[in-house]
Design a protein around this ligand. Structure first.
Ligand code: RB5
Length: 156
């Protein structure tokens, strides 16, 4: 499994813990930045890098953090094919994978402690989409994406 990770300055500390955790457990991952928490960075820039890397199939799952996790979530969900779930608890993380086939996890470095965050990550990475009735629902999300595609060409 290949994992794409990224953050802005607000999520940088959390991402550092996360990268150490992934490395320790032998996960294959790439950090798309930022590489320092010292200077302010615009969260959409890094959310897009991770989301596009997942959407084009180069990575299986993505994990993105900013101060709240909200900005990166909003951004990632603009990328067709991305189902980003904002989770600060393990139940939501499991459901996001099992029911929604979420392919990106977003978290807030200023919201959640690193201990719980790593548990959330672990659950997200280990859970699998259960398919069945949930597959039809996820297909309906894809249908919405397909329906909205023409609009994306005319909207600013
Ligand atoms: C940066 O100050 C902050 O706005 C950002 O990290 C994030 O929380 C946005 O959603």
């Amino acid at each position: 499994m290949k994992i794409a990770v990224g953050s802005d300055h607000g999520g940088f500390r959390l991402k550092k813990h996360l990268c150490a955790y992934l490395a320790e457990r032998g996960y294959s991952f790439h950090d798309f930045g930022v590489y320092s928490g010292e200077t302010a960075a615009d969260y959409p820039d890094f959310a897009v890098l991770v989301a596009e890397a997942v959407a084009c199939g180069n990575y299986d799952l993505g994990i993105i953090s900013c101060g709240t996790g909200i900005g990166v979530n909003i951004t990632a969900n603009k990328i067709p094919g991305i189902r980003a779930a904002h989770c600060h608890d393990t139940f939501s993380a499991r459901m996001a994978r099992e029911h929604n086939d979420a392919n990106v996890l977003t978290m807030g470095g200023r919201v959640i402690g690193s201990g719980l965050a790593l548990e959330v990550v672990q659950v997200f990475l280990q859970a699998n989409f259960t398919g069945g009735r949930h597959a039809c629902r996820v297909e309906k999300i894809r249908e919405v994406e397909r329906r909205l595609q023409p609009f994306s060409k005319v909207r600013p």
